[in-house]
Write a protein that binds this ligand. Structure first.
Ligand code: ZN
Length: 66
């Protein structure tokens, strides 16, 4: 077991930030993501059903067509 296995300790810039909502680029709907998502994940808009890939930006993330 290594120290890296502990999830509860704050480790800035150690792990990708977990986001909990996104605004769909297609229909502008706000989608809560109860399970959370990270850069590199794919998210699906619950309103228009389009799937987006999460890309990192300086101020958070953006969504590009998957
Ligand atoms: Zn949408």
């Amino acid at each position: 077991m290594s120290d890296d296995d502990y999830d509860d300790a704050p480790r800035p810039s150690k792990r990708p930030k977990l986001f909990t909502e996104f605004d769909c680029p297609e229909c502008s709907a706000n989608n809560p993501a109860s399970d959370g998502f990270r850069v590199g994940d794919e998210v699906t808009c619950m309103w228009c059903a389009l799937t987006w890939r999460v890309r990192a930006t300086d101020d958070g993330f953006k969504l590009v067509p998957a």
